[in-house]
Design a protein around this ligand. Structure first.
Ligand SMILES: C[S@@+](CC[C@H](N)C(=O)[O-])C[C@H]1O[C@@H](n2cnc3c(N)ncnc32)[C@H](O)[C@@H]1O
Length: 221
């Protein structure tokens, strides 16, 4: 099945509410567990960048799991950042370690030396995936750890419908729509490997970890 792009930003209020209130316990706790498993060296990590940080659930889980980390969280949707802000305000112990940054991916600049660059479910939103890899390359230095998780495109529309039935049938219609659109917009493992091969990022590994997710992990250069 060919890729069908979806809108990049998640800017509709209703969409943001549905996403922010959805039950992502399984994939998001998996993100943290896999990060620990595949990037075990980051225990004392100080400076972290989260690209496409969205409604803040992963940010919160990460900040709780890594008490030494300060995190820059970038998203181009003000509605998403507002949702994240109100979530994180309920956790004063982590709030002061997270900086929410309103920026499109390609406009974000930093001179910080990030120990870890992470991202969950941003790549499939991008019409041109090279923006994602170029930005990671620009912001990483020798030794920067990379950890990315994203959706995999199923082989067919029927396959995408089946995943919607399996995983979000209890969620509001707008979330079911977004998940379906995201599955069609996602990349295959081979496409992701080709994208990485065109960068100078070096030894990043790619692995399918469920029926609908892959991870990319490793150390830059
Ligand atoms: C599916 S959400 C993932 C949010 C979060 N990482 C999570 O796992 O819950 C994708 C996020 O990427 C943001 N996004 C998409 N395209 C972007 C771009 N070009 N620049 C900045 N943010 C973007 C969207 O606004 C949205 O908040």
């Amino acid at each position: 099945m060919k890729r069908v792009i979806e809108p990049e930003l998640m800017a509709e209020r209703e969409q943001v509410e549905a996403y922010g209130n959805a039950d992502f316990e399984e994939p998001h706790s998996n993100f943290i567990n896999l990060l620990e498993e595949y990037c075990p060296q980051i225990a004392d990590t100080q400076t972290v960048l989260d690209l496409g940080s969205g409604a803040g659930d992963i940010l919160l889980r990460f900040a709780q799991a890594y008490p030494h980390a300060s995190i820059d969280a970038v998203d181009g949707s003000s509605a998403m950042l507002e949702f994240a802000e109100s979530l994180l305000d309920g956790y004063p112990g982590v709030r002061n370690r997270i900086t929410l940054i309103y920026s499109l991916l390609w406009d974000f600049r930093s001179t910080k030396n990030y120990n870890l660059i992470m991202s969950n479910s941003l790549l499939h939103h991008l019409h041109d995936p090279s923006h994602f890899w170029d930005k990671i390359e620009e912001l990483s230095g020798p030794g920067t750890r990379i950890f990315i998780m994203d959706l995999l495109r199923p082989a067919s529309v029927e396959g995408a419908r089946e995943l919607v039935r399996m995983y979000v049938s209890q969620e509001p219609e707008i979330l079911r729509r977004d998940f379906y659109n995201s599955l069609l917009a996602a990349f295959t493992i081979d496409e992701v490997r080709e994208q990485i091969a065109e960068t100078g990022l070096g030894n990043l590994e790619t692995k399918q970890i469920s029926d609908r997710h892959f991870i990319v992990f490793g150390t830059c250069r």
